[in-house]
Write a new protein. Structure first.
Length: 303
């Protein structure tokens, strides 16, 4: 479902809690994934982040034929993204507001059909497939191969049209993954978390491309069992809708390393700007300031 919605306004009683969560999330991510649509409608990211989240895949062969590990898109403090859903959440949206079409150099993308004010709900989507989170390899990610049985079972339960939808999604294979099962490589290339212990595949969300200065945020709504994409700033009609695949307060080199599992080198403005490293220094300063502010907020709560 891809329909428009009037931006929500936060109630005064919920603003403080949401703002605390905002600071905690942005501290590592510098991304609107960490905020609610209500805060976006207030311009909470102005001066911090302007305009989905990606996986890091590191090859790790072992006796169990594990050919790789990955990091899905998270909504937790480790990745700098919190689930801070609205009490007013719903998916009753009145009209189509985006389209999926080809881009010059990024395959398919999602584009706005009308101006989308900050806080506008763009997409509300349930996972096509959801499986238990696999074993974590410290310092690397999750073991891909351990998900195969669960994925095969879930895929077999899909209708033929839904199976076709799954198989139509982008996949990237590392050289060591030439013989890897297609279900696994598609899943690794597109999955988001669905709560703390599961990972899911969202076909519509998967069409949204990455940008290190994204114009949209996303979060998992435990209440609805759906992932929600919303505008974090004004998106003009015809503009591509983007999200961040990674925590954005990292240096450019680290962001590129994290994006390698998707098979592309980011060419967004933040990654190609020739500023002598000033952009990375600015992100580091933001991270430090927000970390300090978060510590003060948490310290005040404990008193």
């Amino acid at each position: 479902m891809a329909l428009s919605k009037t931006p929500l306004k936060p109630s005064s009683s919920s603003f403080t809690l949401n703002f605390i969560l905002l600071l905690s999330g942005i501290a590592q991510a510098c991304t609107p994934n960490a905020i609610t649509p209500q805060l976006a409608s207030l311009g909470a990211l102005d001066g911090i982040c302007t305009p989905r989240t990606s996986f890091q895949s590191i090859v790790a062969n072992d006796s169990q034929e594990v050919t790789g590990s990955f990091r899905p898109i998270f909504d937790d403090d480790e990745e700098g993204v919190f689930e801070v859903g609205s009490e007013d959440e719903d998916d009753t949206l009145p009209s189509q507001i985006y389209e999926i079409k080809s881009t010059p150099n990024k395959g398919l993308g999602v584009f706005a059909l009308q101006d989308l004010p900050p806080g506008t709900t763009i997409l509300v989507e349930a996972p096509l497939v959801s499986v238990p989170m696999p074993e974590m390899v410290p310092g690397h990610g999750f073991r891909i191969a351990s998900m195969l049985t669960s994925l095969q079972t879930a895929f077999s339960l899909l209708s033929p049209p839904d199976q076709s939808t799954y198989l139509s999604l982008h996949e990237y294979r590392f050289p060591s993954e030439e013989t890897q099962d297609k279900l696994l490589t598609i899943f690794r290339s597109n999955a988001y978390n669905t709560g703390p212990n599961r990972i899911g595949l969202f076909p519509e969300c998967a069409r949204i491309n990455h940008d290190c200065t994204p114009n949209s945020g996303n979060y998992w709504s435990q209440k609805q069992g759906k992932r929600i994409i919303f505008a974090s700033r004004l998106i003009k009609a015809g503009e591509e809708i983007t999200v961040s695949y990674i925590p954005l307060l990292k240096k450019t080199a680290i962001r590129r390393e994290r994006l390698a599992q998707y098979g592309f080198v980011c060419s967004c403005e933040a990654c190609t700007r020739q500023d002598g490293g000033e952009g990375d220094k600015h992100r580091a300063r933001i991270a430090s300031l927000l970390e300090g502010l978060e510590e003060k907020v948490q310290g005040g709560e404990s008193e």
